[in-house]
Design a protein around this ligand. Structure first.
Ligand code: SAJ
Length: 443
């Protein structure tokens, strides 16, 4: 294949198209535009396209530098958005960054968005283009799904007529730009040449290691690194109820355990949310053959998924200690985002807790300073409630006026899902205090 693509990448004349302008696609489009490439972003929603072309950032929450960078690259004419796939025909590099959720029952990816993007791209794919999948995908997807769809819809052959790469994203809400610039990436090529070309391309925005590998290795690295984190968190979430059962404080024990070399016990808590950790372990094992029996991954997921229900159990017990029945009790849920100081509510553990409390007959109100529908004065919101359940380590909860909250509650009960408060201090302040991994029984 003629290789003037390398020259176009080096001198930044290569037209870049980014398919999918969400948490992954938008920041990466802006960074390549800032680096000097002409970038077109494609998104299905005309409203969002119009917003982006006005230089307005559609992503809420604290994303340092993103809104300013977007406004700048749009005003300089380096980046524009559209709903039309025609710009793919002139593209030399196409990045695909669409969501890859798993079915809540089968735990398998349907890839509807990915299949749609690949099909539309295939019909507009030109010879000599480099296609990069940034989405997180199950190991084996590049060869079993991506390659066949692109070849069938374009009539072109991978490695003969176009380059194909998997370079998994490394985003985290609140650090979108920083993570792209600073996190190492694996660069999986359908050919070594494709991987090398992609490394030349990403070197324009990534200041960390770019490791050339094959596609299967790249798919395994990304899903395995997040499955590893999920298992680590699950261990902590098994130790918390154990310590409650034994009448010990898992938070103090965790700190002492981590004094041992090579220990890094993670934080137990009210649940594991977000768009990566709850999903990627299922992607990791999705294409394993029947000869492989996954045991640790599903068990870890079950442990973590149970934590919001554990929070409901603690709430019932705390209310009982104060002589209040969960049925008819007014419960305030503090925090709805999945991560502290973020507005991101994807796979929110609080959603599971709210559903469970309502099933038990409680009247639930939700507060979250970052989520528009749950914003409001904290003390006003807890006024008249029988319990306040803290689900997220938002700074506003860590710094809240405990005397004011105690006086506003009808029954002074706090259930602590993130180890924020000191049990002794809470009890001397007059609260019935229960927490994940805490010494909850007063006997
Ligand atoms: N959580 C715990 N205990 C912990 C750590 C996290 O309960 O010890 C919970 C959080 O409250 C949250 C969920 O797990 O609900 C996920 O937290 P996270 O810190 O993993 O945040 P994410 O989901 O944004 O994870 C992303 C991932 N990065 C990428 O996929 C590129 C993850 O692999 C990173 O470790 C994480 O960002 C990060 O810390 O950068």
């Amino acid at each position: 294949m003629e290789n003037n693509l390398l020259a176009a990448i080096e001198n930044k004349t290569a037209n870049v198209v980014v398919l999918g302008l969400g948490y992954v696609g938008l920041p990466v489009a802006c960074l390549f535009a800032e680096a000097g490439f002409p970038v077109v972003g494609i998104r299905r929603s005309q409203d969002k396209v119009d917003m982006i072309n006005r230089g307005e950032c559609p992503i809420e929450g604290k994303e340092p530098g993103l809104a300013e960078l977007l406004a700048r690259v749009v005003s300089e004419g380096r980046f524009q958005a559209t709903t039309d796939y025609a710009p793919c025909q002139e593209a030399r590099v196409v990045l695909i960054a669409v969501e890859t959720p798993v079915d809540p029952v089968t735990k398998k990816p349907g890839y509807q968005a990915l299949r749609g993007a690949l099909t539309d791209l295939g019909h507009n794919l030109s010879r000599g283009t480099m296609v990069v999948i940034e989405s997180t995908i199950a190991p084996g997807t590049m060869s079993k799904v991506v390659k066949p769809i692109l070849e069938e819809t374009s009539g072109l052959q991978v490695n003969e007529d176009f380059y194909l790469v998997n370079c998994p994203e490394r985003v985290m809400p609140g650090k979108l730009l920083a993570n792209i610039r600073k996190c190492h990436r694996v660069v999986g090529g359908m050919s070594p040449e494709a991987a090398e070309l992609a490394i030349h391309f990403y070197r324009h925005v990534v200041q960390a290691d770019l490791d050339p590998v094959d596609c299967l290795t790249a798919e395994l690295v990304k899903t395995m690194e997040n499955a590893y984190r999920d298992v680590q968190i699950a261990f902590a979430n098994e130790m918390a109820p154990l310590c409650e059962d034994m009448g010990a404080d898992v938070w103090q024990i965790r700190e002492l355990v981590n004094k041992s070399p090579y220990r890094d016990m993670h934080l137990p808590g009210a649940g594991v949310g977000g768009h990566c950790i709850p999903k990627d372990p299922w992607l990791l094992i999705a294409n394993a053959s029947d000869g492989f029996e996954p045991r640790l991954i599903p068990t870890a997921r079950a442990i973590n998924d149970r934590m919001p229900l554990h929070m409901a159990d603690l709430t019932v017990k705390a209310l009982q200690e104060a002589g209040v029945d969960i049925a008819g009790a007014k419960v305030a849920v503090l925090g709805y985002a999945y991560l502290e100081n973020s507005d991101d509510t994807r796979n929110s553990p609080s959603a599971v807790l709210v559903k469970r409390l309502c099933e038990l007959g409680a009247e639930v109100t939700v507060h979250d300073p970052y989520v528009p529908e749950y914003q409001g004065d904290l003390v006003d919101m807890v006024t008249g409630c029988d319990a306040a359940v803290v689900m997220v380590r938002h700074q506003v909860y860590r710094a809240m006026d405990l005397d004011a909250v105690r006086d506003a509650l009808r029954t002074p009960i706090v259930i602590d899902g993130r180890g924020i408060f000191d049990a002794a201090r809470m009890r001397t302040t007059g609260f019935v205090y229960w927490g994940v991994g805490k010494k909850n029984r007063q006997t």
